[in-house]
Design a protein around this ligand. Structure first.
Ligand SMILES: NC(=O)c1ccc[n+]([C@@H]2O[C@H](COP(=O)([O-])OP(=O)(O)OC[C@H]3O[C@@H](n4cnc5c(N)ncnc54)[C@H](O)[C@@H]3O)[C@@H](O)[C@H]2O)c1
Length: 352
């Protein structure tokens, strides 16, 4: 009977060997105070400056986390000599304008997701950073969440044989009246959903050729766009692989919430939640090996993604989830939006 071992240190994000870089944060909103700053404290990173156009927001971040320098100007933050890495956490609608103010400083940028609200802006930011020699990484930090890393580690070991199916079923609820996200067009696909679309690329190691998407509005919903979708991802026939994401983000009862990845291979299967990973092999089809996952997506993964940028800077290489790489995830999201609107499969090559 196949038995596997999986230690938390194999999948938990770790700080890089050089972690002294001075971090300057632009945008001090909910995600920065709720995840970036707690993770950076946990990982022993050094936040030297913060910026927000809202004086109350920047003051709150500065006082809660003892940040030495605060400003309302992104350009001023970028020009500070002690700022060596810029953590850009404004909304996607502001991203390109702010990047145009800071790129000439030439410093590495970790940009929050979603990278952009259309493909042209994403492409323009990749080109802008390339012109200024800026290392650009998109904060698809879900790839560093312990539960997702554990799945990836097992796939990479090859124990499942040829992986032919990667499916996510995610059931939650974010239809909260008055929030920015219910007012954002196509939020569920392009903003929140992009985490899972990007994770299909991480787990399969492939970018699909085309996608098909189905969505629906729900009577009485607050959000301006559908909060539920099914997206299927199609690859080259030689890949012998398929993937699908069903994200129902308007489930009416908490009791019916779920988060499960199903990864099937020719030798066995794996089912992963945020807390637990179950593996089974065809040589013993009734037997289950279950691992309790140590560590959490929020905030641990945010230490992992910043750590990857620090490592990439130290090693003078392109980071995983670089701006250039992320263009592919952005394409999947916008192809899905178009597919849902037209009821047609959309080729990624048609985007941009
Ligand atoms: N898991 C995740 O990765 C995750 C989770 C939540 C949000 N996000 C993303 O993070 C981003 C921010 O989300 P949030 O929930 O923190 O939003 P938020 O509205 O709470 O915060 C955004 C902040 O940016 C500031 N800001 C706007 N324009 C600015 C500018 N020109 N210069 C400096 N500051 C500026 C605003 O004043 C505000 O304080 C969004 O792109 C969102 O999609 C990612």
């Amino acid at each position: 009977m196949k038995t596997i071992h999986l230690e938390p240190k194999e999948y938990q994000p770790q700080p890089p060997s050089k972690k002294e870089y001075g971090i300057g944060i632009i945008g001090c909103g909910g995600i920065v105070r709720g995840a970036h700053l707690p993770a950076y404290r946990q990982f022993g990173y050094r936040v030297v400056a913060c910026c927000d156009i809202d004086p109350a927001a920047v003051q709150r971040a500065q006082s809660e986390y003892d940040i030495p320098f605060a400003t309302q100007s992104a350009a001023k933050l970028a020009a500070r000599p002690e700022v060596e890495i810029i953590d850009l956490a404004v909304h996607a609608s502001q991203r390109r304008a702010v990047m145009e103010q800071i790129a000439s400083a030439g410093k590495p940028i970790l940009s929050q997701k979603p990278f952009a609200l259309n493909y042209a802006d994403a492409r323009a930011m990749v080109d802008l950073c390339a012109r200024h020699g800026v290392t650009l990484m998109i904060n698809q930090q879900a790839r560093w969440a312990p539960a997702h890393r554990a799945i990836k580690v097992l796939i990479e070991r090859g124990i499942l044989g040829h992986v032919y199916s990667v499916v996510l079923v995610n059931r939650s609820s974010q239809d909260h009246p008055g929030t920015w996200y219910v007012a954002l067009k196509d939020f569920n696909i392009i903003d929140h959903g992009i985490h899972y679309l990007d994770l299909t690329r991480y787990f399969t190691g492939r970018t699909p050729l085309r996608v098909k998407a189905t969505t629906t509005m729900v009577p009485g919903q607050a959000a301006v766009s559908p909060m539920t979708f099914i997206i299927s991802l199609e690859y080259e026939p030689e890949a012998n692989m398929m993937a699908a994401v069903h994200f129902n983000n308007i489930v009416q009862t908490r009791a019916a919430h779920r988060y499960e990845w199903f990864v099937d291979g020719t030798e066995g299967s794996l089912i992963g939640t945020q807390q637990e990973l179950m593996v089974s092999f065809k040589d013993h089809p009734e037997h289950r090996q279950v691992f309790q996952i140590q560590g959490r997506w929020f905030p641990d993964a945010f230490g992992g993604s910043m750590g990857e940028l620090m490592a990439a800077v130290a090693e003078r290489r392109e980071p995983a989830t670089s701006g250039r790489d992320n263009l592919n995830s952005v394409k999947i999201a916008y192809a899905a939006v178009e597919s849902a609107a037209t009821s047609q499969a959309v080729e990624l090559s048609a985007i941009g």
